[in-house]
Design a protein around this ligand. Structure first.
Ligand code: KIV
Length: 279
């Protein structure tokens, strides 16, 4: 599983061997430049989920329920889950939390909304956790995460994300569940893995968590491309004839225009003219 937030990246993922495309609430940070995921809204999530769904003919699209869209009760959760399916056109939703969300998951599944659960480090609980910290390091908290994983499975979740937990804990949970585990910062013993698109491709220069492996580092290449473009435009190298259109009898046309409007500076990159008229 990888995240995507727009049509072109989702299209690429759909052409790849990826099984699941998650429209994560990480959208808030990766695309909208927020500090955390808490502020992203239902409308924003639906807008991006529908773009991703349009691109995916093969991969399963999962929409991530944002903070505040399911925490206040079953009715709210079902209503918002239905919006994801009807307006976002995805086939499933993801929500964060274990035991305390079991009744909500059960009601959503009952309402024909397939649910992927998410336990361990749940970023929407960052204020309770005191930041983005590895969860389940003590035996007591690790046992509580095992309980959470069983609870979401019993509630009817079809898969569960395990985020930022010790490798040994994910190795205990995975073989004990009937449903697949999808790890992020949870080690190799999960059934699947997920990464965030912008981290995975090195599309930014922000700090990345220890568990992220960058499969490409595209930021420097993109910066280089933009600066090449600026230089070529300033030097009049781009656009060359190859990237433009010719017209038949253009000399004759130039004569006609000169006859009607008089002569002008032939070279449009004439610096004096540019400075006067544009700057
Ligand atoms: O929002 C997100 O991208 C996620 C994944 C990191 C699992 O929840």
């Amino acid at each position: 599983m990888l995240t995507a937030y727009d049509f072109p990246s989702a299209y690429l993922l759909d052409q790849s061997e990826i099984d699941v495309v998650l429209v994560g609430d990480s959208l808030a940070m990766t695309v909208l430049g927020q500090e955390n995921t808490l502020s992203v809204t239902m409308d924003q999530m639906i807008y991006h989920t529908s773009a991703v769904s349009r691109a995916c003919k093969r991969a399963l699209v999962v929409g991530d329920m944002p903070f505040g869209s399911y925490q206040s009760g079953i009715n709210q959760a079902v209503q918002n889950g239905l919006r994801f399916i009807k307006e976002g056109n995805c086939a499933a939703v993801k929500l964060e939390g274990g035991k305390q969300r079991a009744s909500i998951i059960a009601a959503m599944v009952e309402a024909e909304i397939p649910v992927m659960a998410h336990v361990g480090l749940t970023p929407q609980s960052m204020h309770r956790f005191g930041g983005f910290r590895v969860q389940g390091k003590s035996h007591e908290t690790a046992l509580a995460i095992i309980e959470d994983a069983f609870a979401v499975q019993e509630a009817g979740a079809f898969a569960v994300v395990l985020e930022s937990i010790p490798i040994a804990l994910a190795a205990e949970i995975t073989p004990r569940l009937r449903i697949p585990t999808i790890g992020i910062g949870a080690g190799v013993h999960c059934d699947g893995q997920v990464l965030v698109w912008h981290d995975f491709l090195g599309l930014h220069q922000n700090r990345i968590p220890r568990f992220v492996k960058q499969y490409a580092n595209l930021y420097p290449q993109m910066l280089h491309a933009v600066n090449d473009y600026c230089n070529e435009v300033r030097q009049g190298v781009f656009p060359d004839e190859q990237h433009g259109y010719c017209m038949p009898d253009q000399e004759l046309f130039a004569e006609k225009v000169a006859e009607k409007y008089g002569n002008c500076a032939a070279n449009p990159s004439d610096e004096g003219k540019l400075q006067e008229s544009k700057i």
